[in-house]
Design a protein around this ligand. Structure first.
Ligand code: HEC
Length: 102
């Protein structure tokens, strides 16, 4: 019996890892991001500087960019602070959300 439970657990974990990002959750999690990334002309509010456009961006690209900020591979201080607190799930959800925007 115990063996079955272990197998079941692994299966469940496996499915979780494979699950695509959840757009609705990503929308909630990315609430703070849109302060900079969701604005017309892709400028943040103040002081005004350019931020990259995320809406409609490739999902895999957003995931890899966020992981690179989180690991410090990409060194932009603002984005390192933003990505530092995100889990892999958060990142997948956020990427799914931004990729779904047109
Ligand atoms: C204070 C403003 C600000 C906030 C808030 C912010 N970002 Fe950013 N973001 C930037 C800037 C500026 C850059 C460009 C950094 C660089 O040159 O590496 C950037 C870059 C990125 C990139 C890389 C885009 C590319 O084309 O390479 C991604 C992905 C990203 N941000 C996602 C997010 C997510 C997700 C959040 C919320 C968790 C977030 N950002 C919050 C300002 C912000």
């Amino acid at each position: 019996m115990k063996k079955y439970l272990v197998v079941l657990l692994f299966l469940m974990l496996g499915f979780q890892a494979l699950a695509a990002g959840d757009i609705e959750k990503g929308k909630l999690t990315s609430y703070t991001c849109t302060g900079c990334h969701g604005i017309k002309y892709y400028m943040n509010v103040y002081p005004t500087y350019h931020v990259p456009r995320l809406g409609g961006q490739n999902e895999a690209y957003i995931v890899s960019a966020l992981k690179a900020y989180r690991s410090g591979e990409r060194s932009h201080p603002t984005m390192r602070a933003q990505a530092g607190s995100l889990s892999d799930d958060d990142i997948a959800n956020i990427a799914a959300y931004f990729a779904s925007l047109k």
